[in-house]
Ligand binder design. Structure first.
Ligand SMILES: [Zn+2]
Length: 154
């Protein structure tokens, strides 16, 4: 491995605890250039790591920080714009929730929904949640019948 900044070969490898996406401190392998001091941080099994971090953040007792909200949103695969559209808020509102400099508190109900989604990490389309609430109230009741031993909508 060569240093991208100065081209020197023979970087020194160490194991260190480093900050991960502003939301956790994580063991990483770090290669340091002995000439210019440039650092290259790498995480093992990143997919599993992000899932573990997301699930633990979703369970913590303290209110979410702006960085944690941003991390969970990205973990769920949402752009800021798509997340705003899903929740029925403006993209500016999402920006404020995630802003370190001028944060606006996320409503607790929304925070709990975000946590719940991160704990289950199934795409919201699996639940039909991306469509839920997107049109006016219905004027008819849903109808159900038993089919082959299970309840099904008819
Ligand atoms: Zn270098």
């Amino acid at each position: 491995m060569k240093c991208v900044m100065c081209g020197k070969a023979g970087l020194k490898r160490t194991r260190e605890q480093v900050t991960y996406n502003e939301v956790a401190v994580v063991e990483a392998s770090v290669h340091v250039c002995p000439r210019c001091g440039e650092r290259y941080e790498g995480f093992d099994r990143v997919e599993e790591l992000s899932q573990t971090v997301a699930r633990q953040i979703a369970r913590r007792a303290e209110r979410l920080t702006p960085a944690e909200i941003r991390f969970l949103r990205k973990y769920l695969g949402y752009s800021g714009r798509d997340f705003a559209a899903f929740l029925g808020v403006t993209p500016e509102t999402v920006s404020r929730w995630e802003s370190n400099s001028s944060p606006k508190p996320m409503p607790l109900s929304t925070e709990k929904l975000l946590r719940y989604m991160a704990m289950n990490d199934r795409p919201v389309s699996d639940y039909g949640l991306d469509q839920a609430g997107s049109s006016e109230q219905a004027s008819y009741l849903l109808e159900f019948k038993q089919q082959k031993g299970t309840w099904a909508q008819s």
